[in-house]
Design a protein around this ligand. Structure first.
Ligand code: SAM
Length: 257
């Protein structure tokens, strides 16, 4: 998991869409920022550079292993001070109004009760501050493959078993409104790959493994499916796109909505 997050973090199309989202929220110099579900700290290191020496980044995750990795990878990272804490996004160990910005990036898709987490993020954000979410939407994957039916069966079947709401990306704006945020805006972006990057390889490999694990296809069929992508790459015809959505809203002043 840690290695896969770092591979994704280094993939150029992912760097572009992550940084575009952070500027769009926006996160700026001097901000006190919270990231919920920081993993190995890919976003945290970008945030520290964005907020600069006057700013501060707090980051929480439920996984002690990932936090240990995040701490070691962020040592000496340029920019604002970074503080990691082990905590669940649905019970944040911070007082009300502590942050200018609270973010969750590719996390909401994985949590049991997204509304509870976003309400907590809103609580710890100051009035006038921003709450921002970014997620993939697993209903919107574009892939070239000779067997379109099998591809849809694997993508849709695995996503339905792994995530409570595979289409969570497109619903992020509604989630922010339900949490009491105002001026909610949305941005769509896309991960695109025509070279079969290591990140795409990992993603397709995990989908194939899970399709076998959940009994959606047998092992030889999963192998054949992966071979189809390798053949396309050899011909120069590989294409994989994944839709991402971002949403951001402003915490209203008390008594206003
Ligand atoms: C896909 S990773 C994203 C990591 C990082 N935001 C990034 O984009 O590289 C999802 C992370 O959310 C964490 N997570 C899941 N549920 C959580 C919760 N309820 N509270 C805090 N972290 C959570 C997981 O441990 C994992 O590190």
């Amino acid at each position: 998991m840690a290695a896969a997050l770092e591979v994704r973090g280094r993939t150029p199309s992912q760097i572009r869409l992550r940084r575009r989202f952070l500027r769009w929220v926006p996160v700026g110099a001097g901000d006190r920022v919270l990231e919920v579900g920081c993993g190995t700290g890919v976003v945290v290191r970008d945030l520290a550079a964005l907020v600069g020496r006057r700013g501060r980044v707090s980051a929480v995750d439920t996984s002690a292993t990932l936090l240990a990795r995040a701490r070691s990878l962020s040592r000496g990272a340029p920019g604002g001070r970074i503080v990691f804490r082990r905590a669940d996004g649905s019970r944040l160990p911070f007082g009300d109004g502590r942050f200018d910005v609270a973010l969750a990036i590719t996390v909401i898709l994985h949590v049991e009760d997204p509304l509870r987490v976003v309400k907590e993020m809103t609580r710890v954000t100051r009035p006038g501050g921003r709450v921002g979410l970014q997620d993939q939407d697993f209903g919107l994957i574009g892939a070239t493959h000779p067997d379109r039916e099998l591809t849809a069966k694997i993508f849709d079947g695995v996503a339905a078993r792994i995530y409570a709401e595979p289409h969570s990306g497109r619903r992020l704006g509604a989630l922010l409104r339900a949490s009491g945020l105002a001026d909610v805006k949305m941005i769509a972006d896309v991960y695109q790959d025509t070279t079969l990057t290591q990140f795409s390889r990992n993603f397709l490999g995990r989908r194939a493994e899970n399709a076998v694990r959940f009994g959606i296809v047998d092992a030889p069929t999963a192998e054949r499916w992966l071979d189809g992508f390798n053949a396309l790459r050899a011909e120069g015809n590989f294409v994989l796109t994944m839709q991402y959505f971002g949403a951001a809203g402003v915490k209203p002043a008390p008594g206003r909505r």
